[in-house]
Design a protein around this ligand. Structure first.
Ligand SMILES: [Zn+2]
Ligand SMILES: [Zn+2]
Length: 159
């Protein structure tokens, strides 16, 4: 079965089509992803030969390290791609895909660098650094239930 998914940036200057099966979504909490997005990356991945991009002239590439570069729309600022330099595959920000994407989540990486204002509570595997390292459970605590989410019976009785 031929399968393809469409994606675009916020303003629509960049149109993306990915063919074939896409990787499960990896959430990256590293400081670079945090700075670029204000939160974290949620990225799938596709081989370059299965990727079509319309609007290349609207894409700027920022090389944040000697390892990888980050593609974004220079008009609306949407983060679009992450690519290891010299590789033949491209990570695509899952949020740019039209819904429903049908994608499944895989794991969290670089959790050691995540912002301190949120917890990761979805039960997915967490890695302090990249996936090659030993997974740890440092941040993998059970999320507390929100307090006072709903008035208790006792509360209501007092009213
Ligand atoms: Zn755009
Ligand atoms: Zn990252």
């Amino acid at each position: 079965m031929k399968q393809s998914r469409d994606a675009s940036c916020l303003c629509g200057a960049v149109l993306i089509r990915a063919h074939g099966a896409l990787r499960r979504v990896v959430f990256c909490h590293c400081s670079q992803c945090r700075k670029q997005t204000g939160l974290y990356f949620a990225a799938t991945k596709v081989a370059d030969e299965q990727l079509e991009v319309d609007g290349q002239e609207s894409i700027s590439w920022y090389q944040a390290s000697d390892f990888a570069k980050r593609g974004f729309c220079r008009i609306c600022g949407s983060a679009l791609f992450w690519k290891v330099i010299g590789s033949n595959a491209t990570s695509i920000m899952a949020g740019q895909l039209e819904q429903r994407s049908g994608l499944e989540p895989a794991m969290h990486i670089f959790t050691a660098d995540k912002g301190d204002y949120y917890d990761i509570c979805d039960g997915l595997p967490q890695h302090e650094r990249s996936t090659g390292d030993v997974p740890v459970a440092r941040n993998n605590r059970v999320c507390a239930k929100p307090r006072l989410a709903r008035p208790s019976a006792e509360h209501l009785a007092l009213g």
